[in-house]
Design a protein around this ligand. Structure first.
Ligand SMILES: Cc1cc2nc3c(=O)[nH]c(=O)nc-3n(C[C@H](O)[C@H](O)[C@H](O)COP(=O)(O)OP(=O)(O)OC[C@H]3O[C@@H](n4cnc5c(N)ncnc54)[C@H](O)[C@@H]3O)c2cc1C
Length: 369
């Protein structure tokens, strides 16, 4: 059995490990984080990706039960002007007739559910934390990967494998090792995010709400089923605004202050979510994070012989429209299918990578004109 290494145990890496394992691969995950921490805030995962995960054998309840993933089944996305006038509403997930729900979840809880499944299915010894990928050497029929301990920077013994999958996110070092440094383009926008608790429910307790104008928008949605059941609202909010120069770092953990965004939040004051204006929601927020949004082009090809890329490492996405996690999970599904097909046809890892590349380039931008 070919030994497959997945670099990065984020949402895409975990989903890929599960899909490849199910397709018959012997998979090991190497993850840079030394421990699992509550990082990030809310995330939406579209129904099509939830279907992939349930097909991989994870019961929906693992994502939904308040004692586990605690995700909400999102029912709709509603749009308002900055002044609070209703524009439209669109049903999503089960409410729109899909076979699985769209999920609104805390990223850390959603990720923990996937990681727990990897630990269960692959075994504890196949999920190696504190291992930062640094470099690779690619040969005709194998790959040598180099890692260092994230905490000490001590080099680790080289890892030889038949197949390497770079799922190491937005600033992928695997991508850099294959293609060199690409220059990200500043979008002229920053995004601010926060979480706060409200003692009331908004709409049906399952709705994503957006308001805005051409220069910015405010989004909020509930991310705790447990709180929704108690008639409360764990509100994940985000404010996207124009900034002429990168106002901060491109980093999910950069802290920001309310004063940086007070005036812009006031512009959306005609809106009330669970009875509160966007500014009032932000005032209830203990920790606000804010980071600059940079854009990068998707890959022209995902085919690097016995190495490939997946998720944000392959097609970095701006944090809009529930795309980041959804597309990473769709990549994982395509990779599992390609692996299974290649093993059945006898075309090996190279056949798998070629099929996967063809499948994903079609939907991630290669065909754009
Ligand atoms: C800390 C964090 C917080 C986030 N918060 C949000 C959020 O609140 N809302 C939202 O919509 N999206 C968030 N995202 C992004 C979202 O999770 C991704 O866009 C999406 O899930 C795509 O998944 P991915 O697996 O490609 O990348 P990611 O989920 O980013 O996973 C990449 C993984 O690779 C690991 N890694 C990075 N470099 C190396 C290396 N050199 N060697 C080994 N491992 C490495 C990272 O630690 C991470 O676990 C966050 C991502 C991160 C990393």
């Amino acid at each position: 059995m070919a030994k497959t290494v997945v670099v990065g145990g984020g949402i895409g890496g975990c989903a890929a490990a599960l899909a490849l394992h199910r397709a018959g691969a012997d998979v090991i995950i190497y993850e840079a984080a030394p421990e699992l921490k509550e990082l990030g805030a809310g995330i939406n995962v579209q129904a099509v990706a939830v279907s992939v995960l349930t097909d991989l054998g994870i019961p929906l309840e693992k994502f939904h039960a308040p004692s586990e993933g605690d995700a909400i089944f999102t029912s709709a996305v509603e749009y308002f002007t900055a002044e609070g006038f209703f524009i439209s509403s669109e049903k999503v997930g089960l409410a729109a007739g899909a076979s699985q729900p769209q999920l609104s979840a805390h990223r850390a809880k959603f990720h923990s559910t996937l990681l727990a499944e990897c630990l269960r299915v692959l075994g504890q010894e196949k999920v190696i934390l504190n291992s930062r990928f640094t470099q690779l050497e690619s040969f005709e029929d194998h790959v040598i990967l180099h890692f260092e301990k994230t905490t000490t920077k001590d080099p680790m013994p080289p890892v030889r494998c038949d197949f390497a999958v770079g799922a190491d996110g937005l600033k992928s070092r695997v991508c850099r090792a294959l293609l060199g440094d690409g220059a990200p383009r500043y979008t002229g926008r920053m995004i601010y995010r926060g979480l706060c608790e409200v003692e009331a429910i908004h709409a049906d307790g399952c709705t994503v709400s957006l308001c805005g104008h051409e220069n910015g928008n405010f989004i909020c949605y509930p991310i705790s089923e447990g709180m929704r059941e108690k008639g409360q609202f764990l509100c994940n909010w985000g404010l996207c605004v124009l900034r002429t120069h990168p106002g901060g770092e491109e980093k999910w953990t950069s802290e920001a202050t309310l004063e940086e965004i007070r005036e812009e939040l006031e512009e959306f004051g005609g809106n009330r979510f669970a009875g509160l204006t966007p500014l009032q929601l932000a005032e209830r927020t203990e920790k606000i994070i804010g980071w600059s949004l940079f854009d990068r082009d998707p890959l022209e090809s995902f085919d690097f012989g016995s190495v490939t890329l997946l998720g944000d490492a392959a097609h970095p996405l701006l944090p809009y429209g529930s795309q980041g996690a959804t597309q990473a999970i769709m990549d994982a599904e395509a990779l599992g299918v390609s692996y299974q097909n290649a093993m059945a046809k006898g075309t090996g890892i190279r056949g798998c990578v070629k099929e996967y590349s063809d499948l994903r380039c079609e939907v991630t931008g290669k065909e754009r004109t």
